[in-house]
Design a protein around this ligand. Structure first.
Ligand code: ZN
Length: 85
């Protein structure tokens, strides 16, 4: 399999996403200590009762935003193909 980011051959996966160890290192994933501190320091708001709720909602937003942008770009490519003739 190839790393989604740099195309290097790798069998390394994170959450079913193929990513090489070098690119995974570049992500600088939070340590458990950092996550525990952020959870402890989290201040609930009207929108989110817990740190978990906010992170889960941000992931949903990110996926929706990604799909909207993907559709927009695919539409441009489709129209460009059509406008050639
Ligand atoms: Zn990579």
């Amino acid at each position: 399999m190839k790393c989604f980011n740099c195309s290097a051959e790798t069998s390394n996966q994170r959450y079913e996403i193929t990513i090489c160890p070098a690119c995974e290192q570049d992500l600088r994933l939070f340590t458990d200590e950092t996550i525990a501190r952020q959870k402890a320091e989290y201040k609930p708001s009207e929108k989110y009762a817990t740190y978990n709720d906010e992170i889960a909602d941000r992931l949903v937003f990110l996926e929706k935003d990604y799909l909207k942008k993907k559709i927009k770009l695919l539409h441009v490519l489709e129209r460009l193909e059509w406008l050639k003739y």
